[in-house]
Write a protein that binds this ligand. Structure first.
Ligand SMILES: [Zn+2]
Length: 470
């Protein structure tokens, strides 16, 4: 009895928290929507690179899928319409290079404390899909899947590390005996659509084995290989990696770091390795991270017309508070270096989807999963710094206004989906809001006919509304 009494406050606390914080609709009964659309985003500037759309149109969503894209869709056909005039509307962003194997408690490890949980860093930036780049290998992937992949709102796809133990530090990552392409590839085959690539990273030795074995695994599972080329070694030149070892369709990340021969020493532009790898179809991925993006490298390479195929963050516990911050900050840097806004969106949607052979993502085709993001564009004076603490100043900043995952709003910066708190009634039926948002609507309107609290007598309300003194 004493025990149960003692635990009562705790139970109440948990209950209160779950009610107060639980914005998510989990009610089993949601009346069907008889209309053609659940949600209509009206009048935004759509950038859908896969479908060559770059202009003002509407997007309609029904049952978690894109239902229509076109000019002047009828608002009467939707449960809810949100005016997004003046905003950019894109497919949900895809971040190809992140580290999110948090929660193991392992110190100093990307399969542990160096990782972050995805949902706190993705949805608020318009990111709906991420790829964890090799934090786990085939030996600890099941634990990673249980702890993070299966529990996140964000769609978490995975590149398995060629090291069976994953990204747990130098002793593991340099262990040639734990790099088994056959075991890794056969394991990857068990998780199609989740394991979408093989990663090698941080290798310091002179051997080619990590890259050879990564390609062995990639060939078995028919998935691409992403390379963080580790220490620069004269025994294994970058040119040979990208022209002899990697296959067309493989991904070279950290491609603007300058750490391993990406930049031509004379011209400052792209090295022959970067130029020839592009000719072969090996992709150039940014992978900004904490130490993989330098203005002194990126600016001259970009000025020569060599742009990345994909913008990714290399999100982890230090890059997010350092020069990287988030994917939009990286995109802002690319805009500062001369890219257009439609170009950076392509590099965060259709391009990365294609690189990992997940072309069903990253577009707004009718029938596609309704992952959508809405952005505003701010103008001003904005400072950005790089891995060396060198600064540049830009004048455009992308801000995520709204993120939709699987047809439902999961992030709303400026409350653009909601009604004013003292509006007399809802603009849409709150009983059906579960079709288009995860947020609960406050029960006013039909359930509360007045903005006055119940303890104020009707005579006083009337007098106040009529402006008469009491
Ligand atoms: Zn990384």
């Amino acid at each position: 009895m004493m025990n149960s009494l003692k635990s009562l406050p705790y139970v109440l606390l948990v209950l209160c928290c779950s009610i107060g914080m639980a914005q998510r609709r989990s009610g089993p009964v949601l009346p069907p929507n008889p209309l053609p659309y659940d949600l209509l985003l009206q009048g935004g500037h759509i950038v859908d690179a896969k479908n060559n759309i770059d202009g003002v149109e509407d997007v309609a969503i029904k049952d978690g899928r894109i239902a229509a894209v076109g000019e002047h869709l009828d608002t009467k056909d939707a449960l809810k319409t949100i005016d997004v005039h003046g905003f950019w509307v894109t497919p949900g962003l895809i971040d190809l290079h992140t580290h999110v194997y948090a929660g193991t408690g392992e110190r100093g490890s990307y399969a542990g404390d160096n990782s972050v949980y995805p949902d706190g860093f993705t949805l608020r930036n318009g990111v709906t899909t991420i790829v964890d780049a090799g934090s786990s290998g085939w030996k600890n992937f099941p634990d990673f899947k249980d702890k993070v992949v299966d529990r996140s709102i964000t769609r978490v796809l995975v590149e398995l590390n060629i090291v069976g133990s994953g990204m747990r530090g130098g002793n593991y990552e340099n262990n040639l005996d734990d790099m088994d392409g056959k075991a890794t590839g056969e394991f990857a085959l068990k998780y199609p659509g989740v394991v979408v690539g093989i990663k090698s990273a941080h290798f310091t030795g002179p051997e080619w084995k990590p890259y050879e074995q990564a390609v062995v695994a990639g060939n078995i599972a028919h998935i691409p290989v992403m390379i963080d080329y580790g220490s620069r070694r004269i025994e294994r030149p970058l040119y040979d990696l990208v022209t002899k070892y990697l296959r067309p369709g493989d991904i070279y990340t950290h491609c603007f770091s300058g750490n391993r021969g990406e930049q031509d020493a004379n011209t400052g532009g792209p090295s022959k390795a970067l130029i020839d790898m592009r000719k072969r179809g090996v992709y150039c991925d940014i992978g900004h991270g904490g130490g993989s993006f330098a203005f002194s490298v990126a600016a001259p390479i970009m000025a020569s017309g060599y742009h990345p195929d994909s913008i990714s963050t290399d999100l982890h516990i230090t890059s997010m508070n350092g020069s990287m911050k988030d994917i939009l900050n990286v995109a802002d840097k690319m805009i500062l270096l001369g890219e257009t806004i439609p170009e950076v969106f392509a590099q965060m949607t259709a391009n990365p989807a294609h690189e990992i052979k997940q072309d069903q993502l990253g577009n707004l085709s009718v029938g596609a999963i309704a992952d959508v993001a809405v952005f505003s564009e701010e103008h001003g004076t904005f400072g950005f710094f790089d891995m060396f603490g060198a600064k540049d100043v830009g004048h455009t900043k992308l801000v995520c206004e709204l993120t939709i995952k699987g047809g439902k709003i999961v992030y709303d910066l400026n409350a653009i989906e909601f009604d004013q708190w003292d509006a007399p009634k809802h603009s849409s039926d709150p009983a059906l809001a579960g079709h288009w948002t995860v947020f609960d609507e406050r029960p006013f309107g039909s359930q509360r006919s007045s903005r006055w609290p119940s303890w104020i007598p009707p005579s006083q309300r009337k007098a106040a509304e009529g402006g008469k003194p009491q």
